[in-house]
Design a protein around this ligand. Structure first.
Ligand code: AMP
Length: 121
C-alpha cells in the first residue's frame, strides 16, 4: 500500500526541534523520548528520524542501517530504564490500531505489571 507521510505531525515537529521533548536516548537515525501522557511508570517512545508513517512502512522502506539503529535504540531504552523485570512494546497502526500520531513509533512500557494485553472492545 502507499504510505503518505504528513510532515506536520507532532513527532516531525519534535524532530525539527520546533517543540521540546524529554530525550532518553538519541542516535544517528533514531530518537527515544518520554511519552507526554505516560500510561505506566516507564513509557518511552522510540521513533526513527526518517519519514515513516507506521511499522509496516518502516519495515518496507527503511534502510538496514536505519532498522539496525532503531533496534539498538530500543535495546538501549530497555537497558537505561532498567526493565529487566519485563516490559511491553506496542506499535499502533492506522484506524484499527487507533494510531494517533502518523509517524512510526514504538511504545516501551514497564515499571509495573501491565495486565492483560488487550482491554475488552
Ligand atoms: P499512538 O496512539 O500510538 O499514535 O500514540 C501516540 C502517543 O504519543 C500517545 O501515547 C501520546 O501521549 C504521545 N504524545 C503525543 N504528543 C506528544 C509529545 N509532544 N511528546 C511526547 N509524547 C507525545
Amino acid at each position: 500500500m502507499a504510505h503518505r507521510y504528513d510532515d506536520s505531525n507532532i513527532f516531525a515537529r519534535i524532530l525539527r526541534g520546533e517543540i521540546p521533548n524529554r530525550t532518553v536516548h538519541e542516535s544517528e537515525h533514531s530518537l527515544a523520548f518520554e511519552d507526554i501522557q505516560p500510561q505506566a511508570p516507564v513509557h518511552v517512545l522510540v521513533i526513527p528520524k526518517g519519514a515513516y508513517v507506521g511499522l509496516d512502512h518502516f519495515l518496507a522502506a527503511a534502510s538496514e542501517a536505519e532498522q539496525l539503529d532503531f533496534n539498538r535504540t530500543v535495546a538501549e531504552v530497555i537497558r537505561l530504564k532498567d526493565l529487566g523485570d519485563g516490559f511491553r512494546a506496542i506499535s499502533n497502526a492506522r484506524a484499527h490500531g487507533l494510531q494517533e500520531v502518523p509517524h512510526y513509533h514504538l511504545h516501551i512500557l514497564g515499571g509495573r505489571s501491565l495486565g492483560r494485553m488487550l482491554a475488552e472492545g
